[in-house]
Design a protein around this ligand. Structure first.
Ligand code: MN
Length: 530
């Protein structure tokens, strides 16, 4: 099979931008960095690292990824507003020539009329101005006409022409609301190639959403009609029903070379690991029957299928599990695994820890292996995840005792540490978790309301760790999410809740600082260093 260079499809991963935008998926700086590192191992072509102007946290994480992740291009998102573009440039600048500014502006009549209140000419003027400004700062500029699939095709062609003339190097056609169908979307891409003579000079991407479950199908239809970039996310996470799933679109092209001459540079044996990592760090569980990476994707249940599989795998298997990195032989650690085996395992999972963090992780691992017999890869990820939390721990859990059972009033006694101070209190509740959280509220002096709570066993066996993810609303309005794991689910709940309390306090503090004008000089310093 010969892979022609002109048929390479660029994989533009937006897990850290669009994926992060979905409710409940909040990653800290360090967690984003680990995902970025894994995406580089997966050999995606471009990482969209965030929307730098959105918040100081977003700015920092894009900048950090641009500084530290080698290999892929690093893109930042910006509206067609001068300040957005400047801030985006500062954030991606550390990636040097690999830095990309991605500007977007809505073009559909519905957005023009209701959201932007701008005429067509004004949309073109603003797009062109933004591309011009971005091109002065970097060579690699991407333009996205938001809601392209609902834009009048002739106007969309005019916009594409105008931004290409101004120097855009990639034009992305988004199906922002997931409204398109495959035939229609493929035809739209064909129409643009027929009506924009300049289009072959640039790379055409597509960015499809999954509201009708068609994101992957639409992306493939676009590829068949000349698109050479697919914007996608790991596990298909993203706004609403999510984005095009990276693993699905990549494996479709790889499994059916008889249909697709197009190919990607993705290192597919890293797919499964990447999926697990993103699932654990975002707290978004992958459904069991999810294509490619779901727990059942390679499980053959029916007797007839099992019989066929034993005789010849290809009877029921169109992909080999090892092609996506499921080896079946997971290295299991236990009580007697030494520091060396543990650190080797971390390396294999793609984590980069400092010596101090390694020691800390090993300590937690030893404690854990006292409680449970087998420590699996996913347990190790959970251990590291606790260390990577970059929210300053105002409160830490020092002691927790709950009494619960049939016929008793559930009561919790909690001792928290705040610097060197120990604070203790007790409260009753509907159940042990409720009692523990109420006690934490009393000690921390906050009013938290649990909006969402989920408990998931990290691995198999009765002694498995439980991972608790929750979203909490504080003081009537401020929403934060947190997660924690333990072999004791009440303790996991208390720790996850404390994470939320700590995050809430950190964000309150950040807000106070933002109100005092101290940020601008810091940004200027970044610029001066360049
Ligand atoms: Mn999107």
């Amino acid at each position: 099979m010969k892979q022609k260079a002109e048929n390479k499809v660029i994989i533009f991963d937006t897990t850290l931008r669009d994926g992060e935008q979905c409710p409940g998926a909040s990653m800290g700086l360090r967690e984003k960095l680990e995902v970025g590192r894994q995406l580089a191992r997966l050999k995606v072509d471009i990482i969209e690292a965030g929307f730098p102007v959105a918040s100081p946290g977003d700015f920092e994480s894009v900048k950090m990824i641009a500084e530290q992740i080698k290999g892929p291009r690093i893109a930042g998102l910006a509206r067609c507003i001068p300040r957005d573009i400047e801030v985006c440039h500062e954030a991606v600048a550390p990636a040097g020539k690999r830095g990309r500014i991605h500007v977007f502006l809505a073009t559909s009549s519905i957005h023009r009329q209701y959201k932007l209140k701008k005429a067509k000419e004004e949309i073109i003027r603003q797009s062109v101005r933004a591309v011009k400004q971005a091109r002065k700062l970097v060579e690699d500029v991407q333009f996205s006409p938001e809601d392209a699939s609902r834009t009048e095709p002739d106007f969309l062609a005019d916009v594409c022409k105008a931004v290409i003339d101004e120097g855009a190097t990639t034009v992305n056609i988004p199906d922002t609301v997931g409204y398109a169908t495959p035939d229609e979307f493929g035809a739209l891409i064909a129409y643009l190639f027929d009506n924009v003579p300049e289009l072959p000079k640039v790379t055409v991407h597509v960015h499809c959403h999954n509201d009708l479950g068609l994101a992957v199908a639409n992306s493939l239809a676009a590829v068949k009609n000349g698109a050479r970039g697919v914007e996608c996310t790991i596990n298909g996470i993203g706004e609403r029903a999510g984005n095009c799933s990276l693993e699905e679109v990549v494996m479709a092209m790889r499994t059916r070379p008889d249909i697709y001459d197009e190919w990607t540079g993705v290192n597919t044996p890293e797919l499964y690991r990447t999926s697990r990592l993103v699932s654990q760090l975002t707290g978004l569980v992958v459904q069991r029957n999810k294509a490619i990476v779901g727990a059942n994707a390679f499980a053959h249940e029916a007797g007839i299928h099992q019989d066929g599989m034993l005789k010849e795998r290809s009877t029921y298997e169109i992909m080999r599990p090892e092609d996506i990195g499921i080896t079946g032989t997971e290295l299991v650690l236990g009580k007697h695994s030494g520091r060396h085996a543990f650190s080797h395992n971390l390396q294999k999972l793609g984590f980069k820890l400092t010596q101090k963090e390694l020691e800390e992780a090993y300590k937690i691992f030893i404690e854990l292996s006292d409680k449970k017999k087998n420590v699996y890869d996913d347990d190790v990820v959970a251990i590291v995840q606790e260390l990577m939390r970059d929210v300053p721990a105002v409160f830490t859990l020092d002691y927790l005792h709950v009494s619960a059972g049939t016929g008793t009033v559930p009561t919790a006694t909690v001792r928290l540490k705040r610097l060197n101070e120990s604070i203790q209190d007790a409260a009753c509740g509907d159940g042990p978790v409720d009692a523990a959280l109420k006690t934490i509220d009393r000690i921390a002096g906050v009013q938290g309301r649990l909006m969402d709570y989920s408990l998931q066993a990290i691995t198999k066996d009765k002694d498995a760790m439980g991972e608790v993810s929750m979203r909490v609303e504080f003081n009537g309005g401020h929403m934060v999410s947190g997660k924690a794991s333990s072999t004791d689910i009440v303790e996991a709940s208390a720790k996850a809740y404390l994470n939320c309390v700590n995050r809430f306090m950190a964000e309150q503090k950040e807000k106070e600082q933002e109100e005092t004008p101290h940020e601008k000089p810091r940004r200027r310093k970044v610029k001066a260093r360049k």
